[in-house]
Design a protein around this ligand. Structure first.
Ligand SMILES: [Zn+2]
Ligand SMILES: [Zn+2]
Length: 67
């Protein structure tokens, strides 16, 4: 189980919309300013991501930043 760093519930229990919200709260200002349309995790264009992919990439990015 992966614990959501924002609300402390399991990430698996989140909907993708909830995940995005929680992830965005975690990354705060740094994330949107730096990505500039490019996913910081997989370096692909964010436009080509589905919501789920975006949430997954955000989580991966967060995990790598938290450790
Ligand atoms: Zn959460
Ligand atoms: Zn990505």
């Amino acid at each position: 189980m992966t614990e959501c760093p924002t609300c402390k519930l399991s990430m698996e229990s989140h909907s993708s919309a909830e995940l995005m919200e929680c992830c965005m709260k975690q990354v705060g200002d740094g994330f949107p300013a730096e990505i500039n349309g490019i996913c910081p995790n997989c370096k692909h264009e964010l436009e080509k991501h589905t919501d789920v992919e975006l949430a997954e990439c955000t989580i991966e990015f967060l995990k790598s930043g938290l450790t």
